[in-house]
Structure formats: structure tokens, C-alpha cells
Write a protein that binds this ligand. Structure first.
Ligand SMILES: [Zn+2]
Length: 421
């Protein structure tokens, strides 16, 4: 992005730029010599600050993208969970249904066996009837023969009239019994046929039942595959959201690196300007807060309430309502005004130059809700540089104030020894 601005410089450009930077350096020197050096290297620092703002807005956008992707992922995960529950319900319903179908299938099989057996019985009964009918016909034929041609022979065979009459009666009895037998066979056959009809009707009803269960099963299978497709969709959404998160995270990290780099450039400019401010001096500090509720933590070794690490608490904490104005404890250069990746949140560092004790000092103001000072500018003692907040590693609204001997936090000293609290 920064490089794209000067994508294809002409051959003249490097020389022009070198000349420009020499001019800037000269301007710095001139400003350093002037009595009120409020705008040292202002042009290039303000350019860099614009870059910082751009990076911050890009970071905010990437954080938004990250948050959106996280929301999408958790929504899709919840949906997947819900769909999986629905699938398991449907699967158990399908299992029950399959059991019912198997039962009906069995019943149909049994019914079919009964029908087959009944058919065999009917066939047997028909054969019996046919046989009986054949026997009867043979018997009747024999009787006919006896009456027509064989009467003489018969008459000669019987010894008396009584015997003849008895014989005749017997013949008639046989005929009646044959007829009765045939009738009962017919009746039995009819009964079998009724049974057969009954079984067939029962089987047809079972088949209807099975068809309806099959249809239900088919519907459930369709629903299940629909749900499975939705689960796949939800998984894809989650994967897409995970990729989007990774991309956003990567972009945020790259933004942070850009931010640090630009911050470093600003730092270099400011410290080179400040190093030329040998005459920068001040007499002492004022309290950076006009009002605060209490000192919530002193300078010294302690277990950090946020990180849980036992180490030096390098400043004094002033508990105060969010938005309480913070004033510069002494005049000087704003060497840092921005976001700390190290836990200070929004923070400001002011380099004050040499105090009456002959030593140089800086002050740091952490966890601001909002910064009101511009990096690279000169502030007077008592100027508003920001407002109390709880950004970074903080558990509540407070000002974390550090006093440094020199320009780095290696020189941290107890603020109570310097600032009227
Ligand atoms: Zn603190």
C-alpha cells in the first residue's frame, strides 16, 4: 500500500527525494535551534500519523471481519448441531419403522404359507370329492346292472324273500350314505374356500399396511438425506468462516507489524529531534488527574490481576471514572500516542527533557479510553492528553502512570517520589 504510492518512480525521483529529506533534516535542525520547538519534523511525522490512522482503520475493519466470521462459524455450528439432532431423531424413527415393516413382512409370509396350505387342502378336498363321486358312480352302475340283467342271478342267490328285501334295503342305505358323504365333502370344500378368501383378504390388508409403511420409510429417508445435505452445507459454511477468520487474523497481524514499523519510524524521528532538544527542560511534575477516587495500586512487585504474572508493577494506578481528563504532568514531546500491543491499551508517552535535578524524564499514561495528544507534538504542562479508560490489560477504569528516568521503561521509578499524589 505504501509502496504502491510510488510504484514506478522516474530516475529523477530518488535524487529529488534525497534532496527533500536533506531539506527536512535542515528544517529539523532549524526548529531545534528555535526557542519554542513545537513542530519538530511535523510534516513527516504527520504523514506517518496518517499512515497509522489508515492502519488502525484497516485493523478495525479486519477485526470486524474476524468478529463476523466468528459469528458465522458459531451460527453454522449451532445449525449443524441442531440438524444432527434432527437426523438422530429421524434415524431412530426409521429404525422403529424398519422393525414394523419387518413384522408386517413376516406376517405376510406367514399368511402366504397359510394360503398355500389352504389351497393344497382345497385341491385335496376336490380330489376326495372326485374319488367319492367316481366310487358312487361305479356303485350305482353295479346297482343298475343288478336291477336290469342280474336280477335272475340275484334271485337265484337269495334263499328267501326276507333276504332279498334286506339286501335291497342295504343297497338303499349305501346310496344314502354316499350322498351324505358327498354333501359333507362339498360343505367342507366350501368352508375351505371361505377360509382361503378370508386369508387372502387378510394378506391384502397386510400388503396395504406394508405399502403405507414403505411410503413413510421413503419419506423419512428423503428427509434424512435432505438433512444430511444441509449438514454438509453447514460444515462448508464453517470451513469458509474458519478460512475467513484465519485470513482476517493474518491481516490483523500484518497490520500490527505495519503499525509497529510506522511507529518505529515516528519514534526514530522524534528521538532524533528530542536528542537535539538538549535545552528542553522543566522544573517538576503536577498530578495528571485533578480528581480521582483512590490509588488502586502502587508501584512495586505484585501479581498482575489480568495476566497473573508476578512482576514489577512499573507505575501507580489512579482509580477514576471513565472519561476523566488526563493532563500532561509536565511539558515535553509526545513520543508515543497510540495503541499498545503490550497491554497499555491506548497510551501516551511524553519526553520532558532535563529536570532541575539534572536528569532527563519521560512519563507514560496507560489504559486511556481516548487519546487527545498527537505523537510528535509538543505539549505544555496541564494540557489534556487523553481520558481515563480501561483499554488493554485492565480490569476497570484507571490511569496507569509511569515515570521514567531517560527515554525508555528501563528507567522506571516510583511516581510517588516525583508526582504530588
Ligand atoms: Zn497499573
Amino acid at each position: 500500500m505504501k509502496r504502491a504510492k510510488h510504484a514506478k518512480p522516474s530516475r529523477l525521483w530518488p535524487r529529488l527525494r534525497r534532496a527533500a529529506s536533506l531539506l527536512t533534516a535542515a528544517a529539523c535542525l532549524l526548529l531545534a535551534c528555535s526557542a519554542v520547538p513545537r513542530t519538530a519534523a511535523a510534516a513527516s511525522v504527520s504523514d506517518l500519523q496518517k499512515q497509522l490512522e489508515q492502519i488502525q482503520s484497516s485493523m478495525a475493519q479486519h477485526r470486524q471481519e474476524l468478529a463476523d466470521a466468528k459469528k458465522r462459524e458459531s451460527a453454522a455450528a449451532a445449525l449443524e448441531q441442531d440438524l444432527r439432532e434432527q437426523v438422530s431423531v429421524i434415524q431412530s424413527q426409521i429404525a422403529v419403522l424398519k422393525g414394523e415393516i419387518a413384522q408386517v413382512q413376516n406376517a405376510i409370509g406367514e399368511k402366504q404359507q397359510q394360503i398355500t396350505a389352504k389351497q393344497a387342502e382345497i385341491v385335496q378336498k376336490e380330489q376326495d370329492i372326485d374319488q367319492q363321486w367316481a366310487d358312487f358312480k361305479t356303485f350305482m352302475g353295479a346297482m343298475q346292472e343288478l336291477r336290469e340283467g342280474g336280477s335272475v342271478a340275484m334271485l337265484s342267490a337269495v334263499t328267501d324273500l326276507y333276504q332279498l328285501l334286506t339286501f335291497n334295503e342295504m343297497m338303499q342305505d349305501i346310496s344314502v350314505k354316499e350322498t351324505e358323504m358327498l354333501d359333507s365333502l362339498e360343505a367342507a370344500k366350501l368352508e375351505l374356500e371361505n377360509d382361503y378368501k378370508q386369508l387372502s383378504a387378510e394378506k391384502a390388508s397386510l400388503e396395504t399396511q406394508k405399502a403405507s409403511l414403505d411410503a413413510k420409510n421413503y419419506q423419512m429417508q428423503a428427509k434424512q438425506s435432505e438433512l444430511t445435505a444441509s449438514i454438509t452445507q453447514a460444515r462448508m459454511t464453517q470451513e469458509e468462516a474458519e478460512a475467513a477468520q484465519a485470513a482476517a487474523q493474518e491481516a490483523i497481524e500484518s497490520d500490527e507489524m505495519d503499525y509497529e514499523a510506522v511507529q518505529g519510524q515516528i519514534q526514530a524521528i522524534i528521538s532524533s529531534a528530542a536528542s537535539q532538544q538538549s535545552e528542553l527542560s522543566f522544573t517538576g511534575f503536577i498530578c495528571p488527574l485533578r480528581t480521582y477516587s483512590r490509588i488502586s495500586s502502587e508501584y512495586g512487585y505484585r501479581t498482575n490481576p489480568v495476566t497473573g504474572v508476578y512482576k514489577l508493577h512499573g507505575g501507580t494506578d489512579f482509580a477514576a471514572p471513565g472519561g476523566t481528563p488526563i493532563y500532561a504532568a509536565a511539558s515535553g514531546y509526545v513520543s508515543v500516542a497510540g495503541w499498545s500491543t503490550g497491554g497499555y491499551g491506548n497510551y501516551v508517552v511524553i519526553y520532558h527533557g532535563t529536570m532541575s535535578d539534572g536528569k532527563a524524564y519521560s512519563t507514560l499514561y496507560g489504559h486511556m479510553s481516548r487519546i487527545a495528544a498527537k505523537q510528535g507534538t509538543y505539549v505544555n504542562q496541564g494540557d489534556i492528553i487523553g481520558y481515563v479508560g480501561s483499554t488493554g490489560n485492565s480490569t476497570g477504569n484507571h490511569l496507569h502512570l509511569e515515570v521514567w528516568q531517560g527515554k525508555t521503561n528501563a528507567g522506571r521509578v516510583n511516581p510517588r517520589d516525583y508526582v504530588p499524589i
